[in-house]
Ligand binder design. Sequence first.
Ligand code: PMP
Length: 364
Amino acid sequence: MSAVGGVIRSEIAALAAYHVQDAAGYIKLDAMENPFPLPDGLCEGLATHLSKAAVNRYPDPAAGALTKALRNAMGIPKELDILLGNGSDEIIQMLTMACAKPGAKLLSVEPAFVMFKMIATFCGVTYIGVPLRAADLRLDVDAMLAAIAEHHPALTFLAYPNNPTGNLFDREDIRKIIRASPGLVVIDEAYFAFSAQSFLDEISQFPNVVLMRTVSKLGLAGLRLGLLIGRRGWLAEVDKVRLPYNINCLTQAAAAFLLENIAEFTVQTKVLIAERATMIANLGRLFTRFPGTMCFPSEANFVLIRVPNATAVFAALKARKILVKNTSQSHTLMRDTLRITIGSPAENAAFLTALTSILETQYA
Ligand code: PMP
């Protein structure tokens, strides 16, 4: 009998595990991390702060100091509650678990962040993915509204900006989806720090919207900390499926201290936003030489590019010790695409040099 004697659920047995590439020795442009190490000026203060953490005790279940620091750093209004997760991945899981009634459905776009679909499967929730528009990877609002009318999703996840495409969906389209939704709409602002737009000021106008953020892309991916922001009524229910003490005391202490010094990270974020503009301009110039190549617009800390034979280009970059994400096989709309995280100026320059030489060889 397959799947370990028929014990493991067949939908879990059918899954491929979330694959993380081994990156040792590579220029790492595959996972939307901030490339910069902890600012020098913060290292000693962090060490002192961490040394005072009461590691002999279970962590503060309310994470009081950290919640306050997040509120200040992100300007979260008083009337909205905050729920913390071990990364926003855990928040997606808590939301889905809380809504996983028999027959419940989770709606998102395709392509979207893969964990929406994976977690739906973990929780026994039916996943509905509505393709983006093929020409420009923008939201197909009519198809989304039709899917809502047909499936009555309990949960709708929309990343703003979207991963892996990097674009912002039209705000008015998102409002239409919120108004048409019988269930909860989750706006996932994992990339908020790189985007000129946010729904934070708008969510209290709707009874059925919550907003998710993470500190991962700010330069704190190793801490594993995400947050859900929304009305108490929703968050109090989701909180019931949270495992006790899900945010360990070192993460609480480190994040509270570092977020009090958010300005240092804002400096890094600004560098990355400028680097994104440089990268897009450089790719634009490079791609005029090679028919069939293009770069999609991005409001995130990565850019999606289309190049013929993307899998061969991915392998050639890897041979030059540059790791990007090969998204070509993830969805039919993603044919021949690679997702490039914006790195440090030196890493981005190395990527461009390598890509130029690979394309010159390919088109020779
Ligand atoms: N949402 C989106 C759209 C993402 O791209 C990611 C990570 N790549 C996450 C959520 C998860 O972030 P984390 O668990 O690190 O907070």
